[in-house]
Design a protein around this ligand. Structure first.
Ligand code: PLP
Length: 386
């Protein structure tokens, strides 16, 4: 199993000076003060012990209330919500809970780097299902249907999407759920970017017809509340699945860190407005980067959510890897090659706009210079096109 393409790349970046990074998929904001303060205060009060394996009941109750108020979906905090160490752990637990060795999992690509390894680590077989810019990187029910075999056990969906920033309509998602119903599949829905939706309304998958009983909803605090380092998230599903996930979690993790759970309580209670402000700022950056990239000649769909754009670099004649490597060494701009997110990411790069406007403007200037140079080089020496 290869190490993540993203990490390898950023080891190189960390050794270089004056690099403008559009690479990292994490908020540049520091966690809002009131969340940090609540954590500090909880430590002062002596909250330093293990919690229930499921997580603090107060936090599970608040998550249950939040999901009900925001999306209209009901989960019993006693036995349908599990606090996890990031959505990363939630994805791993989901796979280990539902897969038997050799079971296949449909994974729409390009996709977040951990999905296929998590399937494989649980003894499953990831089956990539390609999505394309022509359909806004939205998953097609016909393509899912064509990939189903008697061994298919689950389908992963992730909207708003990393790396494309794509959002899906409720009709798209209902069609995907219908495929899952027809073939009795689990749906693992990673909705970590639900609050970062700029256009239209986010569809929470378990609210769709026939979805609730077969869906494992994964969500967390990393992105919406700028809490990546706290490693705190949750899974919600039917009690049987949550019980299975809890057992793996109990023996491998025991519980999520108590101080992070205390911070998450504060995030839900009082930091919705902080989160909304961050989302407004991302939206400003989104518009800036999309228009900048298109002006340079790197065709770029306007993403409806998350904080990524996924422009095509085909016009340069370079491969994704070569483009990213040369952009880094020649212009000191870090982006992630599209191939880090699946083979169909060839011809694309992922740029994160979870960085300040100044950085985005400098990066765009440098990228414009690079694309200009590559264009000229390409005309002069077609043999050098990669
Ligand atoms: N899922 C997606 C789609 C992501 O983009 C990321 C992080 O980039 C994660 C999960 C990991 O989230 P967490 O920090 O909650 O483990």
């Amino acid at each position: 199993m290869p190490a993540s393409g993203i990490r390898r790349f950023f080891d190189i970046v960390s050794q270089m000076e004056d690099v403008v990074s559009l690479g990292v998929g994490e908020p540049d904001f520091v966690t809002p003060w009131r969340i940090r303060e609540a954590c500090i205060y909880s430590l002062e009060r002596g909250y330093t012990h293990y919690t229930s394996n499921y997580g603090l009941l107060e936090l599970r109750r608040l998550i249950s209330r939040y999901l009900h108020e925001r999306w209209g979906v009901s989960y019993n905090p006693e036995n349908q919500i599990l606090i996890t160490v990031g959505v990363s752990e939630g994805m791993d637990l989901s796979m280990r809970a539902v897969l038997d060795p050799g079971d296949e999992v449909l994974v729409p690509e390009p996709c977040y780097v951990s999905y296929k390894p998590c399937v494989a680590l649980a003894g499953g077989v990831p089956v990539p299902v390609r999505t394309t810019p022509e359909t806004g990187f939205r998953v097609s029910a016909a393509d899912l249907e064509a990939a189903v075999t008697p061994r298919t056990k689950a389908l992963i969906v992730n909207y708003p999407n990393n790396p494309t920033g794509a959002t899906a309509t409720s009709d798209d998602l209902q069609a995907a759920v219908d495929v899952a119903r027809k073939h009795d599949l689990y749906v693992i829905s990673d909705e970590i970017y639900d609050r970062l939706t700029y256009e239209g309304r986010h569809t929470c998958v378990p609210t769709l017809e026939g979805a609730y009983e077969r869906t494992i909803l994964l969500n967390g605090f990393s992105k919406a509340y700028a809490m990546t380092g706290w490693r705190i998230a949750y899974a919600a599903s039917n009690p049987e699945v949550i019980e299975c996930m809890m057992k793996v979690h109990q023996y491998t993790m025991l519980c999520a860190p108590v101080m992070s759970q205390m911070a998450a309580i504060e995030a839900i209670l009082s930091s919705g407005a902080d989160s909304d402000e961050m989302v407004e700022e991302y939206d400003r950056r989104r518009k800036l980067i999309v228009s900048g990239l298109n002006r340079i000649g790197l065709d770029c769909m306007t993403p409806g959510g998350a904080f990524y754009v996924f422009p095509s670099i085909r016009s340069t004649g370079l491969s994704s890897d070569k483009f990213s490597e040369r952009l880094l060494f020649e212009e000191k701009v870090a982006v992630v090659p599209g191939t880090a997110f699946g083979e169909c990411g060839e011809g694309y790069i992922r740029c994160s706009y979870a960085t300040g406007v100044d950085n985005i403007e400098i990066a765009l200037e440098r990228m414009a210079r690079f694309v200009e140079k590559v264009g000229r080089r390409t005309e002069l020496a077609p043999a050098e096109r990669e």
